[in-house]
Design a protein around this ligand. Structure first.
Ligand SMILES: Nc1ncnc2c1ncn2[C@@H]1O[C@H](COP(=O)(O)OP(=O)(O)O)[C@@H](O)[C@H]1O
Ligand SMILES: [Mg+2]
Length: 339
């Protein structure tokens, strides 16, 4: 299909309130609206006619808003990383987009559903032989513990380190069950308990379909903290600007790695991307210990704000912000046979 001047509908979730968890979680939830403004400005600067279509907590309202446009000349740029305060519901948005006949950037509903269920995603990785830390899922704060200590307790369906604090890393059954109880009651979802990997942490951003282009790898720099059991990304370190960890944790990009290490990490990240059936773009988070890259998180809709890791890696790969946004759009259009 060759569409002379496609209209771009930028679809993003606009969150009004938190439905569970801590009140400060709203900072992370509302961040997508800020990112949408940056992506919108980039698309406009690039000369694309663009409309913003926010998704609030009413799916039918969203469907009506999107229906004002025609799937024949409108391509959707989807950056919804949740719906109505719920990360796990992000897959509902591409379902509506598909139902209305629109083509869109990024992964399909099914792949998003898989990635927003960390336990299912890990099960898939293990089936395919991709290294990921040993894990257990708890729906009650009791039972046999098979995961070795130290362990980390996280909500099974969140992202952006929501529900992750320093006390999430535990070294005893008592502390583990206390944290499981917290996740169950505050976040109303099962707790994923994983072996805590003491080691370096990398973020691997990539794009493409079929043959993937892996961008320069970022490393999180935890050197401001001496204790390895505190060297990880809590909610505070990502979102609370005046906190010690927010100001003192840094990023090194490109990460200092030998060629062999770099290839091993890249290879594992691409396998994880493909195992989830992702499209166009993604970011895979890895903890690296004794030469093994453990996949801990697969971000099917990575944060696309200018300050985030994806844009940083793209910039080093030679794409300024506007061209990063355009490349994502063009990859999706090419995949759909547009243009
Ligand atoms: N198994 C693990 N071993 C070591 N650190 C971990 C592990 N799982 C998570 N972390 C730390 O917690 C952070 C957030 O966990 P992650 O699974 O990426 O959740 P989110 O989807 O919220 O980003 C990671 O960036 C990492 O610093
Ligand atoms: Mg992560």
């Amino acid at each position: 299909m060759d569409i002379e001047e496609p209209l771009i509908a930028l679809v993003y979730n606009q969150e009004e309130e938190i439905v569970r968890g801590e009140s400060q979680d709203l900072i992370a939830l509302q961040y997508t609206t800020k990112t949408a403004a940056s992506v919108y400005q980039a698309l406009c600067r690039l000369g694309y006619s663009t409309v913003m279509v926010p998704v609030t907590n009413d799916l039918e309202l969203f469907a009506r808003e999107l229906s004002r446009y025609s799937p024949c000349n409108t391509f959707v740029f989807n950056i919804c990383d949740g719906f109505a305060g719920d990360n796990f519901s992000a897959s509902l948005i591409p379902q509506v987009i598909d139902r209305l006949g629109f083509k869109h950037t990024g992964s399909c509903a099914e792949a998003i559903r898989l990635c927003t269920d960390k336990a299912r995603a890990k099960q898939r990785l293990l089936q395919l032989g991709v290294p990921t830390p040993a894990y257990q899922v708890f729906t009650r704060p009791c039972g046999e513990i098979t995961v070795p200590f130290p362990a980390i307790v996280k909500p099974v369906h969140e992202d952006g380190s929501v529900g992750i604090e320093e006390t999430s890393v535990v070294t005893s059954p008592n502390d583990l069950f206390r944290r499981v109880e917290y996740v169950l009651s505050e976040y109303c979802q099962p707790a994923l308990v994983e072996e805590y990997i003491v080691g370096r942490e990398f973020a691997v951003s990539m794009w493409g379909n079929g043959t993937m282009e892996v961008m320069p790898i970022s490393e999180h720099d935890f050197s401001a903290v001496a204790d390895p059991l505190r060297s990880f990304l809590t909610y505070e370190s990502k979102w609370v600007e005046d906190s010690f960890t927010y100001t003192s944790f840094g990023v090194i990009c490109p990460a200092r790695l030998s060629l062999e290490e770099e290839q091993c990490i890249q290879h594992t990240a691409v396998r994880a991307f493909q195992a989830m059936g992702l499209r166009d773009l993604g970011r895979v988070d890895i903890r690296y210990r004794h030469g093994i890259p453990y996949v801990i998180d697969i971000n099917e809709i990575p944060d696309l704000s200018p300050e985030a890791g994806f844009a940083r890696s793209a910039e080093i790969a030679g794409y300024d912000y506007d061209h990063m946004v355009e490349r994502i759009l063009l990859l999706a259009m090419q995949r759909e046979g547009w243009g």
